[in-house]
Design a protein around this ligand. Structure first.
Ligand code: HEC
Ligand code: HEC
Ligand code: HEC
Ligand code: HEC
Ligand code: HEC
Length: 387
């Protein structure tokens, strides 16, 4: 049996979304259908196959009628300054509820409104800054995208990655009879790091070199978009949930594009204490190896401050010393992928550390906006014997 699909909120809000006066014949048809399904809700949930099939066909016919044009605004774009218009991310979010919720809290959603960017723009930034922060269609041809003139406050928006030539491009085909917009399937585009490389140029060239040396290197998406199994849309009430249940659940990735799910990722950096010279020198020598396929910190703008926090505990857990060391800014230079670096840190405990003292080393990423600080990697390391 062919599956039938409907999405998002209930029918009235879909119609509101469609932005059309409710005088149309198609609108009446959908309203009738809505009433009918509400009246037969129990039936709709317990659906025996013999009834579902004809009812589904009927429903599909009506929905496709209703869908002839009310959703055209989702793919209609004019990028000319002055008369620019196109869909807002929140409109996509009416049906793609989870994707919108994830994206909304990501740095991508803030790429234009973020105060750091706005300040630099005011200080003499120009249109050349907008291509990556407020992009029109992104293609992985090595060119940064052109600036987008509509819905600028959406930053790196849904349409940038998904809307191309009047269709939504995505990794998977439609799994139902009805989608309110055309869908074009391009898995190789969406599951390839070069999509991210269109804007993250420095990070991407690091990654390419790592991948060449180590073919099992994961893609950007594999690390920065956590795995999830789900349907492309979600229902928000009994009615739409029942209808969305016709969609296929598929393995895909969350739109968090962030770092917080990488917290505690001990594989990111290898740490070792390679030397300890007690008072009067108080010098600790630490070896750090960047195991990531890109620099640490990465990117031309390096918005994240990174620092190490070291704490020395006596065998009975008394804190003897604490020392945060910046690993970011002008100096020291970022660690290249695979690079191992020895750093020497002056580290003065309140008393001579007794045998069996333990050093904890944490790599912390400073927050952006109102996030909380994140510990990327942490180790407990025994303090070696003084020479
Ligand atoms: C080729 C794409 C590209 C262009 C062009 C570009 N940026 Fe960015 N920008 C990025 C990326 C990607 C990041 C994310 C962090 C990183 O990789 O350094 C970023 C981050 C930033 C940040 C840090 C944001 C934060 O959260 O603190 C600022 C500020 C910024 N850019 C300003 C600018 C300005 C000003 C211009 C124009 C002179 C500009 N950018 C042009 C891609 C670009
Ligand atoms: C920076 C590019 C980018 C942006 C911005 C983006 N996406 Fe995606 N999207 C992707 C990638 C990559 C995948 C493929 C994930 C995978 O491997 O399955 C994807 C997959 C999807 C899918 C199909 C998989 C699923 O989650 O069910 C939908 C639907 C989708 N995106 C909607 C949206 C919406 C809605 C927005 C805005 C709120 C958005 N995307 C913003 C890159 C992006
Ligand atoms: C009225 C509900 C609705 C709205 C609004 C909507 N979509 Fe969709 N979208 C769907 C449905 C239904 C499908 C097909 C899902 C299926 O059949 O599995 C779909 C499919 C997709 C896919 C392909 C999913 C995949 O797995 O590859 C992408 C990408 C996508 N939409 C992006 C968007 C973007 C971006 C917007 C906003 C400009 C948007 N959609 C607005 C309902 C909607
Ligand atoms: C259209 C340009 C563009 C594309 C394509 C793009 N990004 Fe970004 N990305 C940015 C910009 C700009 C920022 C910085 C936003 C800010 O902080 O204001 C950013 C920030 C990030 C961050 C930093 C988040 C943080 O919390 O510090 C990560 C991680 C990221 N992007 C991953 C990805 C991945 C993975 C892809 C590919 C699926 C991708 N990006 C595709 C422009 C882009
Ligand atoms: C093996 C997992 C892994 C892969 C693959 C990976 N990253 Fe990262 N990325 C991380 C970790 C962990 C961090 C946090 C440490 C840091 O800031 O460098 C990070 C940080 C970032 C940041 C934040 C930088 C900042 O200072 O704001 C951006 C942007 C980013 N990655 C983009 C990318 C892009 C683009 C790709 C693909 C070309 C990619 N990453 C591939 C694990 C990965």
């Amino acid at each position: 049996m062919k599956r039938i699909i409907f999405a998002g909120d209930d029918v009235p809000s879909l119609l509101a979304l469609a932005n059309k006066p409710a005088v149309d014949l198609r609108v009446h048809l959908v309203y009738c259908l809505h009433e009918y399904l509400l009246a037969t809700r129990k039936w709709a949930l317990a659906m025996p196959k013999e009834i579902v099939f004809p009812a589904a066909l009927c429903l599909a016919a009506m929905i496709s009628l209703a869908a002839c044009s009310p959703f055209a605004h989702l793919t209609e774009v004019n990028n000319t300054l002055g008369s620019a218009h196109g869909p807002k991310a929140a409109e996509c979010g009416q049906c793609h509820i989870e994707q919108f919720g994830e994206w909304q809290h990501s740095a991508h959603a803030r790429a234009f409104v973020n105060p750091g960017f706005q300040a630099m723009l005011a200080e003499g930034g120009d249109d050349s800054c907008l291509g990556c922060h407020v992009p029109d269609t992104v293609r992985s041809n090595g060119e940064p995208p052109a600036p987008r003139s509509y819905q600028r406050e959406d930053g790196v928006s849904c349409v940038a990655c998904h809307l191309s030539q009047g269709a939504m491009t995505g990794p998977e085909p439609e799994s139902g009879l009805f989608a309110p917009h055309p869908v074009v399937v391009q898995p190789e585009f969406f599951r390839n790091s070069s999509l991210c490389g269109a804007c993250h140029a420095e990070t991407f060239s690091d990654w390419q070199a790592s991948r060449l040396a180590q073919p099992t290197t994961p893609t950007c998406q594999e690390c920065h978009m956590p795995q999830v199994v789900r349907t492309a849309t979600k229902g928000s009430n009994l009615f739409s949930k029942g209808l969305v249940s016709f969609e296929e659940s598929r393995p895909t990735r969350r739109h968090t594009f962030g770092l917080s799910h990488l917290a505690g990722m001990d594989g990111a950096v290898r740490m070792e204490v390679t030397g300890w010279q007690p008072a009067p020198l108080n010098l600790l020598q630490l070896s750090l190896t960047n195991t990531l396929p890109h620099a640490l910190p990465t990117g031309a703008f390096r918005s994240r401050q990174i620092h190490l926090t070291m704490r020395l505990y006596s065998p009975d857990h008394v804190l003897l010393a604490e020392n945060p060391v910046p690993l970011t800014g002008e100096s020291p230079e970022p660690l290249k992928p695979g690079e191992q670096r020895q750093i020497r840190i002056r580290f003065a405990p309140a008393q001579e550390p007794p045998m069996g003292s333990l050093l904890t080393v944490e790599l912390r990423l400073a927050p952006l906006g109102n996030e909380t600080e994140m510990i990327l990697a942490g180790r407990e390391l025994p303090l070696p014997k003084a020479p």
